[in-house]
Design a protein around this ligand. Structure first.
Ligand code: NAP
Length: 277
C-alpha cells in the first residue's frame, strides 16, 4: 500500500506574523506543517545551528522567515548556511521572506539563489501587523507614537496577503525561480497610518517625529536590548529614505487580486480593541 501522507512543510517563524497565518492556511487545507521556532518540536533556533538538521528532517519544503531581521549584518551568511544544509539534505524547495531596499536582505536572497535550491523570494514592504503584533502596539494603546521618521510613504502590506501568496507559491506549480515584490495598494506615511488607526479605534492617537538620539534613549528606557535600537534606527533611517516609495504588482501576479488596503486592516484590527485604552 502506498503511503499518501505528504511530508510536512517546515515553517520557520511559524508562530510569528506571517508564519502563523501560513500554518493556519496549510492546516485548513489538510496539509501537514512543522513549526520551526524555539517553541517548536523539535526545537529550531537560528542561533544554534545544531538544531537545524533535526528540524528539517523529512520535510518537503521550507518557508524561511528569519529572526530578528534580514537587515541585521551577518544574516546573509546564516541564510546561506541554512539553505546549503537544506539542499544537502535533499530539501530543494525553499521560499524566503525578504525585505525591500535592505542591503543585507538582498545579499540573503543571493545566498539563497547560490545554494542550488528551487527558490522563490517574497520581498515585502513593512507589514501592517507591526502596528498590532509588533513593537508599536504598546505606544498606540498609550495614545502616542514617537518615531524617527518623517513624511516618507510606505506601501504597508497585510500579513494575510503574504500568507495567501506563500501558500500559493508552496502548493501551486510555476513559482520556482520567481521573485515577487509584495506591497499594499497605497503609500502612507507613519503619521497617516497612525491617523487611520486612531480613526478606526475611535480615539485620538498622536504621532510625533523624534530624532534618532531621542529614539535610542526611549528604547533604552524601555529596557530593550541595544541591538533592537540599532535595528530600528537602521530601518527608519537607511531604509525609509524614500527608496521604497513605489507600489508593486506582486500580489496581483500571484493571486490575481488586489492587496488589502490599510484601512481594512485598521478597521478589522480595531474591532479586537487592541488599540483601546
Ligand atoms: N516586520 C516587517 O515589517 C517585515 C517586513 C519585511 C520583511 N520582514 C522579514 O520578516 C522576518 C520576520 O520578521 P517579523 O517581524 O514578521 O517577525 P515574526 O515572524 O513575528 O517573529 C517571531 C517569530 O520568530 C521566532 N523566533 C524568535 N527568535 C528565534 C530564534 N532565535 N530562532 C528561531 N526562531 C525564532 C518566534 O518563535 P519562538 O519565540 O518560538 O522562537 C516567532 O515564530 C524577518 O526576517 C524580517 O527581515 C519583516
Amino acid at each position: 500500500m502506498n503511503n499518501t501522507t505528504p511530508n510536512p512543510i517546515l515553517i520557520l517563524g511559524g508562530t510569528g506574523k506571517t508564519g502563523r497565518r501560513l500554518a493556519e492556511r496549510l492546516t485548513a487545507q489538510g496539509l501537514p506543517v512543522r513549526i520551526g521556532s524555539r517553541s517548536g518540536t523539535p526545537r529550531f533556533d537560528w542561533e544554534v545551528p545544531a538544531t537545524w538538521g533535526l528540524a528539517m528532517q523529512g520535510v518537503s519544503a521550507v518557508y524561511i522567515s528569519y529572526y530578528p531581521d534580514l537587515a541585521v549584518p551577518g544574516a546573509a551568511e546564516v541564510i546561506g548556511a541554512f539553505a546549503r544544509l537544506a539542499v544537502q539534505n535533499g530539501i530543494n524547495r525553499l521560499v524566503l521572506l525578504s525585505g525591500r531596499g535592505e542591503v543585507e536582505a538582498q545579499r540573503s536572497e543571493e545566498m539563497l539563489k547560490a545554494s542550488g535550491a528551487d527558490w522563490t523570494i517574497l520581498r515585502c514592504a513593512w507589514f501592517s501587523q507591526n502596528f498590532s503584533e509588533g513593537f508599536l502596539v504598546e505606544s498606540l494603546a498609550e495614545g502616542e507614537v514617537a518615531l524617527p521618521v518623517g513624511n516618507v510613504g510606505e506601501p504597508f502590506i497585510d500579513a494575510d496577503d503574504i500568507a495567501d501568496v506563500a501558500i500559493a507559491v508552496l502548493t501551486e506549480p510555476g513559482h520556482v525561480g520567481q521573485l515577487y515584490e509584495l506591497t499594499g495598494p497605497r503609500l502612507l506615511s507613519f503619521a497617516d497610518a497612525v491617523a487611520e488607526i486612531g480613526k478606526a479605534a475611535g480615539r485620538d492617537i498622536r504621532f510625533v517625529r523624534i530624532s534618532h538620539d531621542e529614539f535610542t534613549a526611549a528604547v533604552a528606557a524601555h529596557d530593550l536590548p541595544p541591538e533592537f535600537a540599532w535595528l530600528l534606527n537602521e530601518l527608519f533611517t537607511e531604509v525609509l529614505d524614500g527608496r521604497n516609495e513605489t507600489l508593486t504588482d506582486g500580489v496581483q501576479r500571484v493571486l490575481g487580486r488586489q492587496p488589502r488596503d490599510f484601512s481594512t486592516y485598521a478597521t478589522e484590527t480595531a474591532a479586537s480593541r487592541i488599540w483601546s485604552n
